[in-house]
Design a protein around this ligand. Sequence first.
Ligand SMILES: *[C@@H]1O[C@H](CO)[C@@H](O)[C@H](O)[C@H]1NC(C)=O
Ligand SMILES: *[C@@H]1O[C@H](CO)[C@@H](O)[C@H](O)[C@H]1NC(C)=O
Ligand SMILES: *[C@@H]1O[C@H](CO)[C@@H](O)[C@H](O)[C@H]1NC(C)=O
Ligand SMILES: *[C@@H]1O[C@H](CO)[C@@H](O)[C@H](O)[C@H]1NC(C)=O
Length: 407
Amino acid sequence: MYFRSLKPAAAAVAAVAAIAPKDLKIDDPTSIKGVAKTIAAGAMSYYSGTPDKFVDLPQPHYWWQAGALMGSMLDYSHYTGDTSYDKLISRALLDQVGPEFNYMLPSHFGQEGNDDQAFWGFAVMSAAERNFPHPDENVPSWLQLGENLWNSLASRWNTTDCNGGLLWQIFASNPNGLDYKNTVSNGGFFQISARLARATGNNTYLEWAERVWDWTEGVAMIDKYYNVHDGASASNNCSDINPVTFSYSAAIYLYGAAVLADHTGDQKWAKRTEGILQAAGSFFTPFSNATNIMYEHACEQVYSCNVDMRSFKGYFSRFVYAASLYVPTIQSTIDEKWHTTALAAAKACSGGDQGTTCGQKWYVGGFDGLAGLGEEMCALETIQGLLVGDAPAPLKGKDIKTVRTFA
Ligand SMILES: *[C@@H]1O[C@H](CO)[C@@H](O)[C@H](O)[C@H]1NC(C)=O
Ligand SMILES: *[C@@H]1O[C@H](CO)[C@@H](O)[C@H](O)[C@H]1NC(C)=O
Ligand SMILES: *[C@@H]1O[C@H](CO)[C@@H](O)[C@H](O)[C@H]1NC(C)=O
Ligand SMILES: *[C@@H]1O[C@H](CO)[C@@H](O)[C@H](O)[C@H]1NC(C)=O
Protein backbone atom coordinates (compact mmCIF):
# COMPACT_ATOMS: atom_id res chain seq x y z
CA MET A 1 0.00 0.00 0.00
CA TYR A 2 1.79 3.01 -1.22
CA PHE A 3 0.99 5.61 1.41
CA ARG A 4 2.28 3.36 4.15
CA SER A 5 5.76 4.24 3.08
CA LEU A 6 5.04 7.94 3.40
CA LYS A 7 6.02 9.67 6.59
CA PRO A 8 3.13 9.58 9.05
CA ALA A 9 1.46 12.98 8.98
CA ALA A 10 2.66 15.16 11.88
CA ALA A 11 0.93 13.25 14.63
CA ALA A 12 -2.46 14.60 15.49
CA VAL A 13 -1.42 18.22 15.65
CA ALA A 14 -2.02 20.16 12.47
CA ALA A 15 -5.75 20.57 11.92
CA VAL A 16 -6.70 19.41 8.47
CA ALA A 17 -9.22 21.39 6.45
CA ALA A 18 -12.40 19.66 5.32
CA ILE A 19 -12.35 18.61 1.67
CA ALA A 20 -15.26 17.72 -0.61
CA PRO A 21 -15.31 13.92 -0.90
CA LYS A 22 -15.49 13.95 -4.69
CA ASP A 23 -12.00 15.53 -4.70
CA LEU A 24 -10.44 12.61 -2.79
CA LYS A 25 -6.83 11.88 -3.69
CA ILE A 26 -6.30 8.37 -2.56
CA ASP A 27 -2.51 8.52 -2.30
CA ASP A 28 -2.48 11.66 -0.16
CA PRO A 29 -3.09 11.23 3.61
CA THR A 30 -4.01 14.91 3.99
CA SER A 31 -6.69 14.54 1.36
CA ILE A 32 -8.03 11.37 3.00
CA LYS A 33 -8.20 13.15 6.36
CA GLY A 34 -9.92 16.19 4.87
CA VAL A 35 -12.53 14.03 3.17
CA ALA A 36 -13.03 11.94 6.31
CA LYS A 37 -13.57 15.17 8.24
CA THR A 38 -16.38 16.18 5.90
CA ILE A 39 -18.08 12.80 6.07
CA ALA A 40 -17.61 12.47 9.84
CA ALA A 41 -19.47 15.75 10.24
CA GLY A 42 -22.19 14.39 7.96
CA ALA A 43 -22.53 11.26 10.08
CA MET A 44 -22.51 13.17 13.35
CA SER A 45 -25.21 15.52 12.10
CA TYR A 46 -27.61 12.66 12.92
CA TYR A 47 -26.44 12.50 16.54
CA SER A 48 -27.60 15.11 19.03
CA GLY A 49 -25.72 13.92 22.13
CA THR A 50 -23.27 16.22 23.89
CA PRO A 51 -20.08 15.77 25.93
CA ASP A 52 -22.40 15.63 28.97
CA LYS A 53 -25.14 13.34 27.74
CA PHE A 54 -25.90 10.47 25.37
CA VAL A 55 -29.00 10.93 23.22
CA ASP A 56 -30.64 8.18 21.16
CA LEU A 57 -30.41 8.45 17.41
CA PRO A 58 -33.62 9.63 15.77
CA GLN A 59 -36.16 7.01 14.67
CA PRO A 60 -36.03 4.66 12.85
CA HIS A 61 -32.45 3.97 13.98
CA TYR A 62 -32.12 1.35 16.65
CA TRP A 63 -29.94 1.62 19.76
CA TRP A 64 -27.22 -0.63 18.37
CA GLN A 65 -26.45 1.81 15.62
CA ALA A 66 -25.40 4.45 18.12
CA GLY A 67 -22.83 1.96 19.40
CA ALA A 68 -21.81 1.29 15.82
CA LEU A 69 -21.50 5.02 15.16
CA MET A 70 -19.26 5.44 18.20
CA GLY A 71 -17.09 2.63 16.81
CA SER A 72 -16.81 4.46 13.50
CA MET A 73 -15.97 7.70 15.27
CA LEU A 74 -13.33 6.01 17.45
CA ASP A 75 -11.68 4.94 14.21
CA TYR A 76 -12.06 8.45 12.84
CA SER A 77 -10.23 9.89 15.84
CA HIS A 78 -7.54 7.21 15.78
CA TYR A 79 -6.84 7.27 12.05
CA THR A 80 -7.02 11.01 11.42
CA GLY A 81 -5.82 12.41 14.77
CA ASP A 82 -8.84 14.74 14.85
CA THR A 83 -9.89 14.49 18.51
CA SER A 84 -12.76 16.97 18.31
CA TYR A 85 -15.43 14.31 18.91
CA ASP A 86 -13.58 12.41 21.66
CA LYS A 87 -15.52 13.79 24.64
CA LEU A 88 -18.78 13.06 22.98
CA ILE A 89 -17.76 9.49 22.10
CA SER A 90 -16.47 8.81 25.58
CA ARG A 91 -19.67 10.11 27.18
CA ALA A 92 -21.86 7.98 24.93
CA LEU A 93 -19.94 4.82 25.82
CA LEU A 94 -20.00 5.66 29.53
CA ASP A 95 -23.69 6.60 29.62
CA GLN A 96 -24.90 3.34 28.08
CA VAL A 97 -23.19 0.83 30.41
CA GLY A 98 -26.36 -0.06 32.33
CA PRO A 99 -26.66 -1.04 36.00
CA GLU A 100 -24.39 -4.10 35.66
CA PHE A 101 -21.73 -2.25 33.64
CA ASN A 102 -22.15 -4.64 30.72
CA TYR A 103 -24.31 -2.78 28.17
CA MET A 104 -27.51 -4.51 29.23
CA LEU A 105 -29.69 -1.47 29.46
CA PRO A 106 -33.24 -1.90 30.77
CA SER A 107 -34.46 1.18 28.91
CA HIS A 108 -33.37 -0.45 25.64
CA PHE A 109 -34.33 -4.07 26.26
CA GLY A 110 -37.02 -3.76 23.60
CA GLN A 111 -34.24 -3.23 21.05
CA GLU A 112 -31.49 -5.37 22.48
CA GLY A 113 -30.33 -8.64 20.98
CA ASN A 114 -26.95 -10.30 21.32
CA ASP A 115 -25.74 -8.60 18.14
CA ASP A 116 -26.81 -5.18 19.39
CA GLN A 117 -24.86 -5.63 22.58
CA ALA A 118 -21.87 -6.87 20.56
CA PHE A 119 -21.73 -3.65 18.54
CA TRP A 120 -21.26 -1.65 21.72
CA GLY A 121 -18.67 -4.26 22.65
CA PHE A 122 -16.67 -3.60 19.47
CA ALA A 123 -16.53 0.09 20.37
CA VAL A 124 -15.55 -0.55 23.97
CA MET A 125 -12.78 -2.92 22.88
CA SER A 126 -11.43 -0.29 20.48
CA ALA A 127 -11.45 2.24 23.31
CA ALA A 128 -9.53 -0.22 25.52
CA GLU A 129 -7.02 -1.11 22.82
CA ARG A 130 -6.21 2.56 22.25
CA ASN A 131 -6.17 3.91 25.80
CA PHE A 132 -9.04 6.15 24.80
CA PRO A 133 -9.80 8.77 27.50
CA HIS A 134 -12.14 7.46 30.22
CA PRO A 135 -12.84 10.37 32.55
CA ASP A 136 -15.43 8.73 34.85
CA GLU A 137 -14.07 7.09 38.01
CA ASN A 138 -17.47 5.60 38.82
CA VAL A 139 -17.40 3.35 35.79
CA PRO A 140 -14.97 0.41 35.34
CA SER A 141 -12.20 0.65 32.73
CA TRP A 142 -12.95 0.06 29.05
CA LEU A 143 -11.28 -3.33 29.29
CA GLN A 144 -13.32 -4.32 32.34
CA LEU A 145 -16.49 -3.20 30.58
CA GLY A 146 -15.51 -5.38 27.63
CA GLU A 147 -14.99 -8.35 29.95
CA ASN A 148 -18.33 -7.73 31.65
CA LEU A 149 -20.09 -7.54 28.30
CA TRP A 150 -18.38 -10.75 27.23
CA ASN A 151 -19.54 -12.53 30.40
CA SER A 152 -23.08 -11.42 29.67
CA LEU A 153 -22.89 -12.88 26.14
CA ALA A 154 -21.22 -16.07 27.38
CA SER A 155 -23.95 -16.60 29.99
CA ARG A 156 -26.45 -16.94 27.13
CA TRP A 157 -24.63 -19.70 25.20
CA ASN A 158 -27.51 -22.05 24.63
CA THR A 159 -27.12 -25.79 24.05
CA THR A 160 -30.82 -26.66 23.88
CA ASP A 161 -30.62 -26.99 20.07
CA CYS A 162 -27.93 -26.90 17.40
CA ASN A 163 -25.30 -28.15 19.80
CA GLY A 164 -24.79 -24.62 21.13
CA GLY A 165 -24.67 -21.08 19.82
CA LEU A 166 -26.18 -17.77 20.80
CA LEU A 167 -29.70 -16.99 19.76
CA TRP A 168 -30.13 -13.74 17.90
CA GLN A 169 -32.38 -12.24 20.53
CA ILE A 170 -32.19 -12.15 24.30
CA PHE A 171 -35.84 -11.50 25.08
CA ALA A 172 -38.75 -13.65 23.90
CA SER A 173 -40.80 -10.51 23.26
CA ASN A 174 -38.58 -9.37 20.38
CA PRO A 175 -39.37 -10.39 16.81
CA ASN A 176 -38.01 -13.83 16.01
CA GLY A 177 -37.62 -14.08 19.77
CA LEU A 178 -35.89 -17.21 20.84
CA ASP A 179 -35.77 -19.27 17.70
CA TYR A 180 -33.16 -17.85 15.31
CA LYS A 181 -29.41 -18.38 15.74
CA ASN A 182 -27.33 -16.13 13.54
CA THR A 183 -23.81 -15.28 12.53
CA VAL A 184 -23.83 -11.63 13.47
CA SER A 185 -24.54 -12.53 17.10
CA ASN A 186 -22.15 -15.48 17.24
CA GLY A 187 -19.56 -13.65 15.16
CA GLY A 188 -19.77 -10.73 17.57
CA PHE A 189 -19.15 -13.08 20.48
CA PHE A 190 -16.30 -14.72 18.54
CA GLN A 191 -14.62 -11.42 17.71
CA ILE A 192 -14.91 -10.02 21.23
CA SER A 193 -13.51 -13.31 22.59
CA ALA A 194 -10.57 -13.03 20.21
CA ARG A 195 -9.87 -9.41 21.10
CA LEU A 196 -10.06 -10.13 24.82
CA ALA A 197 -7.75 -13.13 24.39
CA ARG A 198 -5.18 -10.88 22.78
CA ALA A 199 -5.73 -7.92 25.10
CA THR A 200 -5.59 -9.90 28.35
CA GLY A 201 -3.72 -13.13 27.54
CA ASN A 202 -6.47 -14.97 29.49
CA ASN A 203 -6.96 -18.39 27.85
CA THR A 204 -10.64 -18.58 28.72
CA TYR A 205 -11.28 -16.12 25.89
CA LEU A 206 -9.17 -18.08 23.44
CA GLU A 207 -10.99 -21.30 24.31
CA TRP A 208 -14.32 -19.61 23.71
CA ALA A 209 -13.18 -18.08 20.44
CA GLU A 210 -12.19 -21.58 19.26
CA ARG A 211 -15.52 -22.95 20.46
CA VAL A 212 -17.62 -20.32 18.70
CA TRP A 213 -15.68 -20.68 15.43
CA ASP A 214 -15.96 -24.48 15.55
CA TRP A 215 -19.65 -24.27 16.34
CA THR A 216 -20.27 -21.90 13.42
CA GLU A 217 -18.47 -24.24 11.01
CA GLY A 218 -20.10 -27.26 12.63
CA VAL A 219 -23.61 -26.05 11.81
CA ALA A 220 -22.34 -24.88 8.39
CA MET A 221 -23.20 -21.23 8.93
CA ILE A 222 -19.63 -20.80 7.68
CA ASP A 223 -19.41 -23.17 4.73
CA LYS A 224 -16.32 -24.85 3.30
CA TYR A 225 -15.80 -21.93 0.91
CA TYR A 226 -15.88 -19.52 3.87
CA ASN A 227 -19.18 -17.93 2.97
CA VAL A 228 -20.77 -16.62 6.16
CA HIS A 229 -24.51 -17.32 5.96
CA ASP A 230 -27.03 -15.40 7.98
CA GLY A 231 -28.47 -18.00 10.37
CA ALA A 232 -30.91 -20.85 10.96
CA SER A 233 -33.80 -21.70 13.25
CA ALA A 234 -33.15 -23.43 16.52
CA SER A 235 -36.44 -25.34 16.29
CA ASN A 236 -35.06 -27.10 13.20
CA ASN A 237 -31.79 -27.73 15.01
CA CYS A 238 -30.09 -25.25 12.65
CA SER A 239 -30.55 -27.61 9.70
CA ASP A 240 -32.33 -25.01 7.54
CA ILE A 241 -29.52 -22.53 6.88
CA ASN A 242 -30.76 -19.19 5.63
CA PRO A 243 -28.26 -18.76 2.80
CA VAL A 244 -28.35 -14.97 2.54
CA THR A 245 -24.98 -13.37 3.17
CA PHE A 246 -24.28 -9.87 4.46
CA SER A 247 -20.92 -8.17 4.18
CA TYR A 248 -20.71 -7.24 7.85
CA SER A 249 -21.17 -10.79 9.21
CA ALA A 250 -18.25 -11.98 7.10
CA ALA A 251 -16.08 -9.09 8.27
CA ILE A 252 -16.90 -9.64 11.94
CA TYR A 253 -15.56 -13.20 11.76
CA LEU A 254 -12.72 -12.15 9.49
CA TYR A 255 -11.36 -9.65 11.98
CA GLY A 256 -11.66 -12.07 14.90
CA ALA A 257 -9.67 -14.62 12.90
CA ALA A 258 -7.01 -12.01 12.11
CA VAL A 259 -6.67 -11.07 15.78
CA LEU A 260 -6.14 -14.74 16.61
CA ALA A 261 -3.55 -15.08 13.84
CA ASP A 262 -1.61 -12.41 15.70
CA HIS A 263 -2.32 -13.74 19.16
CA THR A 264 -1.63 -17.43 18.55
CA GLY A 265 0.75 -17.36 15.58
CA ASP A 266 -1.23 -20.34 14.26
CA GLN A 267 -1.43 -20.28 10.45
CA LYS A 268 -4.96 -21.69 10.50
CA TRP A 269 -6.25 -18.29 11.57
CA ALA A 270 -4.43 -16.47 8.77
CA LYS A 271 -5.90 -19.00 6.32
CA ARG A 272 -9.38 -18.41 7.68
CA THR A 273 -8.92 -14.65 7.40
CA GLU A 274 -7.83 -15.01 3.78
CA GLY A 275 -10.60 -17.51 3.06
CA ILE A 276 -13.37 -15.23 4.28
CA LEU A 277 -11.94 -12.32 2.34
CA GLN A 278 -11.85 -14.39 -0.82
CA ALA A 279 -15.47 -15.47 -0.38
CA ALA A 280 -16.37 -11.85 0.33
CA GLY A 281 -15.39 -11.08 -3.24
CA SER A 282 -19.11 -11.62 -3.85
CA PHE A 283 -19.68 -8.15 -2.39
CA PHE A 284 -17.92 -6.48 -5.32
CA THR A 285 -18.55 -5.87 -9.01
CA PRO A 286 -22.35 -5.74 -9.28
CA PHE A 287 -22.09 -5.02 -13.01
CA SER A 288 -19.35 -5.16 -15.59
CA ASN A 289 -19.26 -1.36 -15.56
CA ALA A 290 -18.45 -1.39 -11.81
CA THR A 291 -15.47 -3.70 -11.40
CA ASN A 292 -14.21 -3.90 -7.80
CA ILE A 293 -16.88 -1.57 -6.44
CA MET A 294 -18.44 -2.80 -3.20
CA TYR A 295 -22.17 -3.35 -2.81
CA GLU A 296 -24.54 -5.08 -0.39
CA HIS A 297 -25.90 -7.69 -2.74
CA ALA A 298 -28.78 -8.84 -0.55
CA CYS A 299 -30.60 -5.55 -0.99
CA GLU A 300 -29.06 -2.70 -2.97
CA GLN A 301 -30.12 -3.52 -6.50
CA VAL A 302 -33.69 -4.21 -5.43
CA TYR A 303 -34.08 -1.16 -3.18
CA SER A 304 -34.72 -3.25 -0.09
CA CYS A 305 -31.90 -2.21 2.25
CA ASN A 306 -33.45 -1.43 5.64
CA VAL A 307 -32.01 1.13 8.01
CA ASP A 308 -29.64 -1.47 9.51
CA MET A 309 -28.43 -2.85 6.19
CA ARG A 310 -27.67 0.63 4.92
CA SER A 311 -24.72 0.73 7.31
CA PHE A 312 -23.29 -2.78 6.77
CA LYS A 313 -20.62 -1.92 4.20
CA GLY A 314 -19.09 0.38 6.80
CA TYR A 315 -18.33 -2.47 9.21
CA PHE A 316 -17.14 -4.59 6.31
CA SER A 317 -14.52 -1.94 5.54
CA ARG A 318 -13.75 -1.26 9.18
CA PHE A 319 -12.84 -4.82 10.00
CA VAL A 320 -11.02 -5.68 6.79
CA TYR A 321 -8.73 -2.66 7.10
CA ALA A 322 -8.11 -3.50 10.76
CA ALA A 323 -7.31 -7.12 9.86
CA SER A 324 -4.57 -6.00 7.47
CA LEU A 325 -2.41 -5.07 10.46
CA TYR A 326 -2.36 -8.72 11.55
CA VAL A 327 -2.58 -10.61 8.27
CA PRO A 328 -0.59 -8.51 5.79
CA THR A 329 -1.20 -10.97 2.95
CA ILE A 330 -4.68 -9.47 2.50
CA GLN A 331 -3.19 -6.11 1.54
CA SER A 332 -3.14 -6.88 -2.18
CA THR A 333 -6.90 -7.46 -2.12
CA ILE A 334 -7.37 -4.20 -0.26
CA ASP A 335 -5.25 -2.37 -2.83
CA GLU A 336 -7.27 -3.89 -5.62
CA LYS A 337 -10.79 -3.63 -4.25
CA TRP A 338 -10.89 -1.04 -1.50
CA HIS A 339 -8.97 1.63 -3.40
CA THR A 340 -11.43 1.45 -6.29
CA THR A 341 -14.32 1.32 -3.85
CA ALA A 342 -13.08 4.26 -1.77
CA LEU A 343 -12.95 6.44 -4.88
CA ALA A 344 -16.44 5.32 -5.91
CA ALA A 345 -17.77 5.97 -2.40
CA ALA A 346 -16.20 9.44 -2.44
CA LYS A 347 -17.86 10.21 -5.77
CA ALA A 348 -21.18 9.08 -4.31
CA CYS A 349 -20.78 11.66 -1.50
CA SER A 350 -21.78 14.52 -3.77
CA GLY A 351 -25.45 15.10 -2.97
CA GLY A 352 -27.35 17.64 -0.93
CA ASP A 353 -26.99 21.44 -0.74
CA GLN A 354 -23.29 21.27 0.02
CA GLY A 355 -22.54 18.59 -2.56
CA THR A 356 -21.11 16.37 0.19
CA THR A 357 -24.02 14.12 1.21
CA CYS A 358 -23.28 10.43 0.68
CA GLY A 359 -25.43 8.08 -1.37
CA GLN A 360 -26.02 4.37 -1.03
CA LYS A 361 -25.07 2.76 -4.33
CA TRP A 362 -21.51 3.38 -5.21
CA TYR A 363 -21.75 1.71 -8.60
CA VAL A 364 -23.88 4.41 -10.24
CA GLY A 365 -21.00 6.87 -10.68
CA GLY A 366 -22.33 9.60 -8.38
CA PHE A 367 -24.99 10.42 -5.78
CA ASP A 368 -28.07 8.20 -6.10
CA GLY A 369 -30.43 10.23 -3.91
CA LEU A 370 -30.54 7.69 -1.07
CA ALA A 371 -29.06 9.52 1.91
CA GLY A 372 -28.87 8.65 5.59
CA LEU A 373 -26.67 7.91 8.56
CA GLY A 374 -25.84 4.43 7.24
CA GLU A 375 -24.68 5.88 3.93
CA GLU A 376 -22.42 8.37 5.74
CA MET A 377 -20.93 5.67 7.97
CA CYS A 378 -20.24 3.33 5.05
CA ALA A 379 -18.32 6.00 3.15
CA LEU A 380 -16.52 7.20 6.28
CA GLU A 381 -15.18 3.77 7.22
CA THR A 382 -14.28 2.91 3.64
CA ILE A 383 -12.25 6.09 3.20
CA GLN A 384 -10.68 6.69 6.63
CA GLY A 385 -9.54 3.06 6.84
CA LEU A 386 -7.01 3.80 4.10
CA LEU A 387 -4.97 5.35 6.92
CA VAL A 388 -4.91 2.24 9.11
CA GLY A 389 -1.25 1.50 8.51
CA ASP A 390 -0.11 4.89 9.81
CA ALA A 391 -1.96 4.67 13.13
CA PRO A 392 -0.66 2.82 16.21
CA ALA A 393 -1.70 -0.86 16.32
CA PRO A 394 -4.12 -2.05 19.04
CA LEU A 395 -2.50 -2.24 22.48
CA LYS A 396 -2.49 -5.29 24.72
CA GLY A 397 -1.33 -6.50 28.13
CA LYS A 398 0.39 -3.97 30.34
CA ASP A 399 0.23 -1.32 27.64
CA ILE A 400 -3.52 -1.00 28.21
CA LYS A 401 -4.03 1.68 30.83
CA THR A 402 -6.85 3.82 32.11
CA VAL A 403 -6.42 7.38 30.91
CA ARG A 404 -8.56 9.86 32.83
CA THR A 405 -7.95 13.06 30.91
CA PHE A 406 -8.36 14.20 27.36
CA ALA A 407 -5.31 15.31 25.40
C1 LIG B 1 -32.44 -21.72 24.58
O1 LIG B 1 -32.85 -21.93 23.24
C2 LIG B 1 -34.17 -22.43 23.09
C3 LIG B 1 -34.37 -22.66 21.61
O2 LIG B 1 -33.40 -23.56 21.14
C4 LIG B 1 -35.17 -21.48 23.68
O3 LIG B 1 -36.47 -22.01 23.60
C5 LIG B 1 -34.82 -21.21 25.12
O4 LIG B 1 -35.69 -20.23 25.64
C6 LIG B 1 -33.38 -20.71 25.22
N1 LIG B 1 -33.02 -20.51 26.62
C7 LIG B 1 -32.72 -19.31 27.10
C8 LIG B 1 -32.33 -19.28 28.55
O5 LIG B 1 -32.74 -18.31 26.43
C1 LIG C 1 -28.48 -31.05 16.07
O1 LIG C 1 -27.39 -30.40 15.38
C2 LIG C 1 -26.13 -30.66 15.96
C3 LIG C 1 -25.12 -29.76 15.29
O2 LIG C 1 -25.15 -29.87 13.92
C4 LIG C 1 -25.82 -32.15 15.86
O3 LIG C 1 -24.57 -32.41 16.48
C5 LIG C 1 -26.92 -32.93 16.58
O4 LIG C 1 -26.69 -34.31 16.40
C6 LIG C 1 -28.29 -32.56 16.04
N1 LIG C 1 -29.31 -33.16 16.88
C7 LIG C 1 -30.38 -33.77 16.39
C8 LIG C 1 -31.36 -34.31 17.39
O5 LIG C 1 -30.55 -33.90 15.20
C1 LIG D 1 -10.32 -15.11 32.63
O1 LIG D 1 -11.56 -14.61 32.14
C2 LIG D 1 -12.70 -15.20 32.72
C3 LIG D 1 -13.93 -14.63 32.03
O2 LIG D 1 -14.02 -13.24 32.19
C4 LIG D 1 -12.72 -14.95 34.21
O3 LIG D 1 -13.83 -15.62 34.80
C5 LIG D 1 -11.44 -15.46 34.85
O4 LIG D 1 -11.40 -15.11 36.20
C6 LIG D 1 -10.24 -14.87 34.12
N1 LIG D 1 -9.02 -15.48 34.63
C7 LIG D 1 -8.02 -14.77 35.13
C8 LIG D 1 -6.81 -15.54 35.58
O5 LIG D 1 -8.06 -13.55 35.21
C1 LIG E 1 -23.67 0.40 -14.47
O1 LIG E 1 -24.75 -0.40 -14.87
C2 LIG E 1 -25.85 -0.44 -13.97
C3 LIG E 1 -26.85 -1.44 -14.50
O2 LIG E 1 -27.21 -1.15 -15.78
C4 LIG E 1 -26.43 0.95 -13.79
O3 LIG E 1 -27.48 0.91 -12.85
C5 LIG E 1 -25.32 1.87 -13.30
O4 LIG E 1 -25.80 3.18 -13.19
C6 LIG E 1 -24.12 1.83 -14.25
N1 LIG E 1 -23.04 2.59 -13.64
C7 LIG E 1 -22.40 3.52 -14.31
C8 LIG E 1 -21.25 4.16 -13.61
O5 LIG E 1 -22.71 3.87 -15.44
